[in-house]
Design a protein around this ligand. Structure first.
Ligand code: PLP
Length: 395
């Protein structure tokens, strides 16, 4: 066990050593440009092709339907802006109030160009309301974009049902599956999805590489212009090592889908049960059942105002959890917009602690976490603002 305990896998995940091993040859000798016709180029091109097939297999797509991008954010931008550009009109995008900034900020940008944006409300568990989607679909819609799983509270949306309704109106359906990829089964055909975003660093792959699944026949315009790589949808010399790592990470996640989500769910349930037992004042955010396997967002009644001090104390004691999404560093102290949209008041929304577990976490780490949390709560309640030094010595 490392000396620190990392419970922030919704922000990013450590690189799996098996993934690093597949990347290293492309950071050393295998430097070729996949567009080159000589052997160096052919080796790089074959590696990118293999990764494309591995990422496609994770979501039951065809390899040629995968467009590599530089991030999940870029995949989201390409889906929304690309669909509007291809439609040749400002159009109308329907999305939800709890999407990641990669969607909401792109919608804001498109709105400036005349695109109509409809934000669907969610219920207190974080689920998009089907009735509101049906109402929105009564008008002319270019694309519906609903995330597969939420980054703040972990709620999993009924993508298959929402996409099916969208298809009945012959409207494109995009899902931001950056949090869901590799953690829950995804099947673009069974789920009627036309466009789907992924990001490697959320599934123990490298940072700075993402993918957009584009169903065959879906009209999309590029947002990056140049040499025509990635079927003209994402020009730029491919980041070969990162793409290779993404492929390996996708394959490992796919192979482990039969066992790892169950293990994470058991760990999360253990954490939830212990939390309830040791902190009767605790409350949990998000859907009670339809939630990401390793994700638990919770609050401690009476401790909300001191959340910053609490997280700092945990950090000093070697524990990384987060106050919401990773982007909260840019908006620290602000209540979570997702939790406000779920109907909680600002105090509760400010008190959210996100523990997101991953591949290398253990039950022993959860026990340590709870011990340190307990000391932090006692110290903060007693007004010390710090935890007892003896409690910081655990490893
Ligand atoms: N979408 C969701 C739901 C996310 O949680 C994130 C990252 O936190 C992103 C998109 C952005 O992905 P990336 O960090 O690869 O740009």
């Amino acid at each position: 066990m490392s000396s620190r305990i990392y419970f922030d896998h919704s922000a990013t995940t450590p690189l799996d050593p098996r993934v690093l091993d597949t990347m290293l040859p492309f950071l050393k000798g295998g430097f070729g440009n996949p567009s080159s016709l000589h052997e160096e180029g052919r080796v790089a091109s074959a590696a990118v092709d293999r990764a494309r097939a591995q990422v496609a297999a994770l979501i039951s797509a065809e390899p040629e339907e995968i467009i590599f991008t530089a991030s999940g954010t870029e995949a989201d931008n390409l889906a929304l802006i690309g669909a509007v550009r291809a439609s040749g009109k400002p159009g109308h995008i329907v999305t939800s109030t709890i999407e990641h900034a990669a969607i909401l900020e792109t919608c804001k940008f498109l709105k400036g160009g005349g695109t109509k944006i409809t934000l669907l409300p969610i219920d207190s568990d974080g689920l998009v309301r089907t009735d509101s989607l049906l109402r929105a679909l009564q008008s002319n819609v270019t694309l519906v974009s609903i995330m597969a799983a939420n980054n703040v509270v972990g709620t999993i949306q009924p993508v298959e049902e929402l996409a099916h309704l969208t298809k009945l109106h012959a409207v494109l359906f995009h899902t931001d599956a950056v949090q869901a990829g590799g953690k829950i089964p995804l099947d673009v055909n069974r789920q009627h999805v036309d466009l789907l975003s992924l990001s490697a660093h959320k599934l123990h792959g490298p940072k700075g590489v993402g993918a957009l699944y584009v169903r065959k026949g879906t009209a999309l315009g590029p947002i990056v212009f140049g040499g025509g790589q990635e079927r003209g949808l994402r020009s730029a010399t491919e980041n070969v090592a990162a793409i290779v790592g993404f492929g390996a990470a996708a394959e490992i996640s796919r192979r482990e889908l039969a066992s790892e989500p169950r293990r994470l769910e058991e760990l999360r349930e253990y954490l939830a049960a212990q939390l309830k037992h040791r902190f009767p004042q605790s409350y949990v955010f998000g859907h009670p059942v339809d939630r990401l396997p390793g994700h638990l967002s919770f609050g401690l009644r009476g401790q909300e105002a001191g959340l910053g001090k609490m997280l700092a104390a945990l950090d000093r004691s070697g524990i990384a959890v987060s106050a919401g999404s990773a982007c909260s560093a840019q908006h620290s102290g602000e209540p979570s917009g997702v939790v406000l949209a779920m109907g909680y008041d600002a105090e509760r929304a400010r008190g959210l602690i996100r523990a997101s577990l991953g591949r290398f976490n253990t039950a022993q780490e959860i026990d340590h976490f709870l011990d340190v949390l307990s000391s932090a709560v006692s110290s903060l309640t007693a007004g010390h603002g710090d935890i007892h030094p003896a409690e910081e010595a655990f490893a």
